[in-house]
Ligand binder design. Structure first.
Ligand code: GAL
Length: 800
């Protein structure tokens, strides 16, 4: 074993054993009841008939679609309501003199928690992480404890998008010694970064019990590890006596490896409180050493290098998995976006799962961490506006404290399209929120995603509380912004809102299809609820992807963009309503299949050679078909139909695609991109015959047997020659053998009312998806896909 690997291995083992001592995943074996039973908080309550499940859990996604729910199609036409969870557990006698807490990363919404019949409290906001100390109410040894959680998402409508319902993120049981860190208050900063060294400071609050005779001889001991597991910094000191001490630790790290989006180098710190040889508490977390700044004229700089922020907005749902958080599902989303060249995410419009930020740290994404979609003025009758007065301070503080040690987080957004921007209350609240943030984190800018770009009319702007002004849409005003807002730093916090159905094309491609095209006749688009994928349809407040990106690219003062939206999400099915129940805004569809415009971004946002042509090649003879190509790294593209050249085209002006109007004949359409006469890439699409077989492609074949790991299996309907059949909608049935189950199915069709949880799915424009989840046991997994009249297919995976 080579030395680096060995030391890294030791490093990992150390972390794992340390973590398991005090930070235990508490997801398994909960009892669940969908409905309300006010006696369910009692210890003696009989929950034996309730369903047993593991968290994270979202009961809405298990429901059937209906337009009659009070959630409406805006929240995915899925049911909400009230649900109860209970968990019975025992604790070892060795936990007796310790501090024990329960932590929930997110419960949607209005959770109330009891331990052994004792009421712990309520948290209305469904996106906050929170914890309760359980210590005084616990039993140890043979005696059992009962945690009961009521989740009330029954008062509707309370959101503009799909929220999910339940304990939809992880739960943790935290055990520490009597002397322990006030974990949420630990704050790491890097006040000095030079080429030669970086100073890392950690504010370490420690809680010590009052009046212990003689006190404790406790030590604080910390080590910083680099990417290879080498120790690069050490700190130790004897703790002073007192009920609380704030120890500022300081490390000087030589030749720091800076965190960046291309090389997201992370360091790890492990900090312990020890009494003699016993570890009373331990915290470990990753951090990055990086600097960044905004400039009113030149945009954004990361580590002193200019960087255009090429971001997307993401809601929290994970398609067919609903809101139930799964780290691999989030990682897949981020991988798909990374391959497109995306370097930033805006967590629209609420705090994300904490592991989402871990992934962004590790994969190299900048994150605009957003707190709210509304303040006191509502967007829906029963949304967070109802709780804002009582809870905003607590929720905002909890978000900042939880997320401020992440390398990826570079901005705090106090809100999206907040209605108070139009009246003077906006000034007061913006100031208050920014003050809360600055008191907890003076190192990151505060922004808000505004719509009003006339200074006199925007009261949030007038608060002067924002370090960076975010503007949503209105790209034709960008040129005027530096004059209207002199000296202000600017970012396009939301762009595009362009609409498309993956794999659907209407001719001609170059007529703009505004939504609504004709408000009077309510002509909102195609009768079959499809939207053409030629990037020419968009909400009236938005613009095409191409126009939106060109505007951001053109102005150096625009630090970057956050495209609405990276992925389709459940809910907000503009331009339709029911039976559409998920969005058309994504660059990638709900199942994770890229729409064509993905390749426009890829050609602009990456350095890899790109050539993408569309549409499919199954039309009626004589049809006039527009063939588009997105390309880069080439002078021009030549198109051939059945071997005959249709001409060479070159992007003109600032256009980001080329187009040929072609009289259709069946056969092969082929594009060749060349630079200085040299072929760079060739792409071909053939006319497909009848559906003949199924092809299964697993994104990963070796899975961790941990009960969480996933494989995303793309199902393609092919003709006998292996061409994708572009309109295939064959009904595919799955069977699975081995230690895994089908966690979800999808096909990216925003109007499908098929269950996301059934072992079957119709293909949509040639594709569908099965998501396989391991059970926790090891062994071979076989997924088989059958469809009438098609050759069956199977894929073999392994859980290790
Ligand atoms: C924006 C809003 C987003 C989404 C989008 C759809 O105005 O901030 O949440 O609703 O419109 O176009």
């Amino acid at each position: 074993m080579n030395k680096i690997f060995l030391s890294f291995f030791l490093f990992c083992t150390l972390l794992v054993s340390a973590q398991s001592r005090q930070w235990v995943n508490f997801n398994e074996n909960w009892k669940f009841f969908l409905g309300n039973d006010s006696a369910a908080n009692k210890v003696s309550y009989n929950d034996s008939k309730w369903r047993t499940l593991n968290l994270p859990h979202d009961w809405s996604i298990e429901g059937t679609f209906s337009e009659t729910y009070p959630t409406t199609f805006n929240q995915g036409a899925l049911p909400a309501g009230i649900g109860w969870y209970r968990k019975t557990f025992s604790l070892p006698l060795s936990s007796k003199n310790k501090i024990v807490s329960i932590r929930f990363d997110g419960v949607y919404r209005n959770s109330e928690v009891w331990i052994n019949g004792h009421y712990l409290g309520k948290r209305p906001y469904g996106y906050s992480s929170f914890q309760y100390e359980l210590t005084p109410y616990l039993k140890f040894g043979a005696e059992k404890n009962v945690l009961a959680v009521k989740v009330d998402n029954s008062v509707q409508p309370n959101s503009r998008w799909y929220t999910g319902s339940g304990i939809y993120r992880n739960a943790w049981l935290e055990t520490t010694g009597i002397i322990h860190f006030d974990k949420e208050d630990i704050f790491l900063t890097t006040p000095t970064i030079t080429n030669k060294y970086a100073i890392v400071e950690i504010k370490t609050p420690i809680v010590q019990p009052l009046g212990h005779p003689g006190g404790y001889d406790a030590d604080l001991i910390s080590k910083v590890y680099d990417q290879n597991g080498n120790i690069v910094g050490k700190f130790s000191m004897r703790l002073p006596l007192g009920d609380r001490s704030d120890i500022p630790q300081k490390f000087k790290i030589a030749n720091p490896k800076l965190w960046s989006i291309d090389r997201p180098s992370l360091y790890k710190v492990i900090t312990q409180i020890k009494v003699g040889s016993e570890v009373y508490d331990e915290c470990s977390f990753s951090f990055g050493i990086r600097s960044f700044s905004f400039d009113a004229e030149k945009g954004f700089f990361l580590n002193n290098q200019p960087l255009k922020i090429k971001g997307v907005c993401l809601h929290h749902d994970l398609g067919a998995l609903g809101a139930a958080f799964n780290k691999r599902a989030a990682e897949r989303q981020l991988q798909i976006l990374k391959d497109m060249g995306c370097n930033a995410v805006r967590t629209a419009h609420n705090p994300p799962a904490p592991e989402f930020l871990d992934l962004c740290d590790r994969m190299g994404f900048l994150v605009m961490d957003e707190a709210f979609d509304m303040w006191k003025k509502r967007k829906n009758k029963f949304d967070y506006s109802v709780d804002f007065d009582e809870w905003h301070k607590r929720d905002l503080e909890d978000m900042i404290k939880r997320d401020r040690n992440h390398a990826s987080v570079f901005m705090w957004s106090i809100g999206n399209e907040i209605r108070e921007q139009f009246d003077s209350s906006g000034t007061r609240i913006a100031k208050e929120l920014a003050t809360i943030i600055k008191s907890l984190d003076p190192t990151r800018p505060v922004t808000s995603a505004l719509t009003e770009n006339i200074p006199e009319k925007n009261f949030i702007y007038q608060s002067a509380a924002l370090d960076v002004l975010g503007f949503n849409y209105k790209l034709y005003d960008y040129a005027a912004l530096p004059k209207r807002f002199p000296g202000q730093k600017l970012i396009a916090s939301e762009t595009a809102s362009a609409l498309a159905t993956r794999g659907h094309y209407d001719m001609p491609s170059d007529s703009a299809r505004l939504w609504p095209p004709d408000a009077k006749s309510k002509n909102y688009g195609n009768a079959d609820y499809t939207v053409s994928a030629y990037d020419n349809t968009y909400a009236y407040w938005g613009a095409s992807h191409e126009a939106s990106w060109k505007a951001v690219k053109k102005y150096p003062f625009m630090a970057g963009t956050f495209v609405w939206s990276g992925f389709d999400f459940i809910g907000e099915p503009v331009p339709y309503g029911w039976p559409a129940r998920s969005s058309y805004y994504g660059i990638v569809d709900l199942a994770g299949f890229p729409k064509d415009v993905y390749y426009m971004y890829q050609s602009e946002w990456t350095n890899k050679p790109v050539l993408h042509i569309f549409p499919h090649w199954n039309w009626k003879s004589g049809d006039s078909v527009d063939v588009w190509a997105y390309y880069n790294k080439a002078d021009a593209v030549e198109l051939f139909l059945n071997g005959k050249s249709l001409g060479i085209k070159k992007k003109i002006g600032d256009s980001l695609h080329v187009q040929w109007r072609v009289k259709y004949e069946p056969g092969t359409v082929k594009a060749v991109s060349r630079k200085a006469g040299k072929i760079i890439l060739v792409k071909e699409i053939k006319t497909a015959g009848k559906p003949a077989k199924i092809e299964l492609m697993a994104d990963r074949k070796t899975l961790a047997a941990n009960g969480n790991d996933l494989s995303f299996i793309t199902v393609k309907v092919l003709d006998a020659e292996g061409n994708l059949v572009p309109d295939a909608d064959n009904f595919v049935k799955f069977t699975i053998k081995g230690p895994a189950f089908i966690a979800g199915v999808d096909n990216g069709n925003p109007t499908s009312s098929e269950s996301f949880k059934a072992p079957q799915r119709k293909a949509f424009n040639g594709l569908c998806l099965a998501i396989i989840q391991t059970t926790g046991k090891k062994g071979e997994i076989v997924l088989e896909a059958r469809s009438e009249g098609l050759k069956t297919s199977a894929v073999r995976l392994r859980a290790n």
